[in-house]
Design a binder for this molecule. Sequence first.
Ligand SMILES: N[C@@H](CCC(=O)N[C@@H](CS)C(=O)NCC(=O)O)C(=O)O
Length: 244
Amino acid sequence: MALQLYGDLISQPCRSVYIFLKKNNIPFEFKVVQLFEGEQYSEEFQKINPLGKVPVLKEGDFVLTESAAILTYLAESFHTPAHWYPTDLQYRARVDEYLSWQHTALRPQASKLFLLKALVPFVPGFLEPEARLREAEDALNQSLDQFDQKFLRDQLYLAGAEISLADVVAIVELMQPLGAGCDPLEGRVTLTAWRERVKTALGKDLFDEVHESVMNAQQKLKWISQNQPAALEGLVKIIQKGEK
Ligand SMILES: N[C@@H](CCC(=O)N[C@@H](CS)C(=O)NCC(=O)O)C(=O)O
């Protein structure tokens, strides 16, 4: 049954699934849901995912959300090489451990930093940007210390000597703030070397293709602010939803 991936490459979890599918030559149709334009709120998309979130994988009548669940489903379903999602239970558990942790750490923190930095120039009076930016940077930095000391340690990749789903998920998360001109790994030698290793393992062309949207995010936001300023309210809503 043909696969369809609904998503937007501006989104970290969408990029992880997209890269994994491409890297493993799994055929799929990419159905773009433009988040900056609010297409996730459309009636048509809400029928597919009433939560209004991407990514969504569709295989016939089977609809799956949540990038971690999608990635592990794809690895099992398409029998991808074992290093992605090891059959050895303890190595597999290391991958699952990272996939569980990132949901409340690097993923939202890197995304929040990106949105705050990227939106500030285009949304006048965007709620005390300086204080909120510092808070977001501190939260991400604390998680990066944990990422370094607890997850990567002295290994080449997050689950050991070979690249796994955990590295794919982590690298796309950490690329997000670069779209707003901020490198979260600046000054972190071990993590920068890990990033280069993962990029090389994924292939530079694929990596760059998948990150084009995020690297051009500011240009796109500028265009939206000039041509469809109401759409920016949707982005502000997204960041406010993430506030506790
Ligand atoms: N935990 C989910 C996160 C999904 C998610 O939050 N997606 C964001 C894009 S990164 C989204 O669709 N946001 C649209 C919105 O909140 O309006 C996953 O890993 O798939």
